[in-house]
Design a binder for this molecule. Structure first.
Ligand code: ATP
Ligand code: MG
Length: 407
């Protein structure tokens, strides 16, 4: 390690040590050092300093990024470097210190194990090894104070518990039931990043259930939480569960995951509510969908700042749903050419599996995509006896998805 040669201390720390001890392949590597970010930058040409609240150096090795953090100190010598908000939130934490001080600024004991590359020893000041062996997540220090300093630690607790299969120590768990509203103070860009980690790392379903249990989900997706609570039958929940299972499976098969698909699924039911309200006020269907999408996305962006290309793709997936019911004439061919056809079709399939769309329609589209030209032509020609005019548009899924009343 080049930091060593330059006379600095360097330890592997955080998730990589925790995961290596479990025999898992770490997602990334974090390094803690006594060199300042500027000194790190002098040693590594391929290095960038990032962050304001928490200044770090990113060192690039090909496609890998190693996060190099300077030891944090506990005592602010200079109030400019550590800024605490009136609600206890740490707005800036750039007081540098020693390893002994750095330990106490970490979140969980199992994340505060320092692996010394030189002699393969693990430095453990907080009982992290013991907790690790007991599969226990425990916040370092006073949990309420630590959650107030950084409410995102509540999300991290849930994320690690789901991912590692660890349980939360009661003292770490209990305050979350009360303190979850503190998440509202977190900037939307950071919450968006956290949401991606929560739902797109292969443990989305368990994470979702846990987030709901602690009241955290309702802070992140209030409209969705409301729709889950007011549901009359089980399908909004089932639809979400299937969507999460589906993306967990894809992740574990090593396939790529696009954030917009799951986000479109998370907000689908709130969108339906908003659309129905608008239709009831006499808006036409196209306008109702567009306005409802604007309304839902505008609200959600304030909490989790999705970038524009993501919200655009969400809209595409949503707006294409109604187009699947048009199976006559040139329209099916046009739909097939849409950039988001595949995603929209997968979405339709999930809806059909949970009672929100017509399974016959899914079959029709599955056949149509694969069919030769002649079959496609037959499939899209108007039904016999319809005097040659294209059939009026019918909305298959909506007419069939109404709850069946027993006769
Ligand atoms: P992952 O497997 O997701 O990378 P990780 O534990 O490495 O998990 P990082 O976000 O990469 O998580 O952070 C690296 C380390 O920095 C953590 O293990 C922890 O020690 C410390 N850390 C990160 N975020 C916080 C936080 N909000 N509060 C306190 N310590 C934190
Ligand atoms: Mg990490």
């Amino acid at each position: 390690m080049r930091l060593k040669k330059a006379g600095f201390e360097a330890y592997l720390v955080g998730g990589c040590v925790r995961d290596l001890l479990l025999g898992r392949e770490p997602k990334d590597f974090d390094v803690a050092t006594n060199a300042s970010p500027e000194q790190v930058k002098q040693i590594f040409r391929n290095c960038r300093i990032i962050g304001r609240r928490f200044r770090l150096a990113h060192v690039f090795f090909g496609r890998e990024i190693i996060e190099v953090a300077t030891f944090r100190g506990s005592e602010p010598e200079d109030s400019e470097q550590q800024v605490v908000h009136a609600d206890g939130r740490l707005l800036r934490d750039n007081v540098f210190g020693t390893l002994e001080q750095d330990v106490w600024r970490r979140d969980f004991t199992v994340n505060a194990l320092y692996y010394n590359i030189r002699d393969f020893s693990v430095v453990d000041y907080t009982g992290g090894m013991q907790d690790h062996a007991a599969a226990m997540l425990r916040l370092i220090g006073n949990p309420s104070v630590r959650y107030r300093e950084d409410p995102v630690r509540m999300l991290r607790a849930v994320r690690f518990a789901a991912k590692l299969g660890f349980s939360l120590h009661p003292d770490t768990e209990n305050p979350i039931h009360e303190l979850h509203p503190l998440l509202k103070s977190i900037p939307s860009a950071r919450l968006y990043d956290e949401v991606l980690k929560l739902f797109l790392s292969g443990y989305g379903l368990q994470t979702f259930e846990m987030l709901r249990h602690y009241g955290l989900f309702g802070i992140l997706f209030p409209d969705t939480e409301r729709s889950l609570q007011s549901q009359q039958h089980d399908f909004p929940r089932m639809f979400l569960i299937r969507a999460l299972e589906n993306s967990d499976r894809r992740f574990n098969d090593g396939k790529t995951l696009t954030p917009y698909f799951l986000l479109a699924a998370l907000l689908w039911e709130p969108l339906q509510f908003a659309v129905q309200k608008r239709l009831a006020h006499g808006e036409n269907e196209t306008l109702a969908y567009q306005n409802a999408a604007n309304e839902i996305l505008t609200r959600q962006i304030k909490i989790t700042a999705m970038p524009r290309h993501i919200t655009q793709s969400m809209r595409d997936v949503w707006f294409l749903q109604n187009k699947f019911s048009r199976t006559v004439g040139v329209r099916p061919y046009r739909l097939l050419e849409q950039a988001k056809f595949r995603a929209a079709f997968d979405f339709l399939q999930l809806r059909a599996e949970t009672g929100g769309a017509d399974p016959e329609l899914v079959k029709w589209w599955a056949t149509f995509q694969e069919a030769d030209e002649e079959t496609q032509r037959k499939m899209t020609s108007p039904p016999k006896g319809s005097n040659g005019k294209p059939r009026r548009k019918t909305n298959h899924y909506r007419s069939r998805s109404k709850p069946k009343t027993p006769q």
